[in-house]
Ligand binder design. Structure first.
Ligand code: AMP
Length: 193
């Protein structure tokens, strides 16, 4: 089963739009026969996505470090729950299980996961599509910084294009799941000049 890895907040955020988008995504995954892999939390948007996948009869696979299980943060009703030793191991296993990645609004944890997976993409460590669901314009400041990094020549336009940005779930899922071949562009901007 094709599987989407979702990075999103362990909080629900300050607007109903965020949880609405998370719920819509989970429902869409189940309806499309796509599996979910995620950080296994029952809290925040993570719990909302997983609950919607399960309510729709879909598969929700969680990967979580033991330290977070000990804090009773793991979702109790997942299709599969993998408990690992560290956040590093958790991110590696999620990446391994996924066919594509999608970030929803969140905080440091979400940003860390998104940028790590983009970094691995630009280094050619994987060629899986990466998306960002820009719910209610939440990511506008972050995207402005990304565009600044391109203008200031810290980031290649080809690597900026590795990030599929969408305002709307269904269209973004279509783009992420379309046959994809990442551009074979070297990472370093200055060495070949
Ligand atoms: P944040 O955006 O800081 O709320 O962090 C959310 C991201 O970090 C999720 O995509 C998870 O993979 C991971 N994470 C943070 N908190 C938890 C938690 N309580 N349980 C499981 N994973 C978490």
């Amino acid at each position: 089963m094709p599987t989407l890895c979702v990075f999103c907040g362990s909080s629900v955020g300050g607007r109903a739009d965020y949880a609405d988008a998370a719920r819509h995504l989970g429902t869409a995954l189940a309806r499309r026969g796509l599996g979910l892999v995620f950080g296994a939390g029952h809290v925040g948007l993570m719990g909302v996505v997983a609950d919607a996948v399960l309510a729709g009869g879909g598969r929700a696979v969680g990967v979580i470090p033991q330290a977070l299980v000990d804090k009773e943060l793991a979702h109790g009703r997942l299709t599969e729950l993998h408990v690992v030793d560290s956040m590093h191991a958790s991110k590696a296993l999620m990446a391994d299980r996924a066919d594509a990645f999608l970030a929803l609004p969140g905080g440091f944890g979400t940003a860390d996961e998104l940028f790590e997976i983009l970094t691995w993409a630009q280094l050619g460590i994987h060629r899986k599509p990466v998306g960002l669901l820009n719910v209610a314009g939440f990511f506008a400041p972050l995207l402005a910084w990304v565009d600044l990094a391109v203008r200031e020549r810290f980031l290649r336009p080809e690597h900026r294009a590795l990030l599929h940005v969408g305002e709307e779930t269904e269209g973004l899922l279509d783009r992420l799941l379309a046959p994809h071949a990442g551009p074979a562009v070297p990472k370093w901007l200055d060495v070949e000049r």
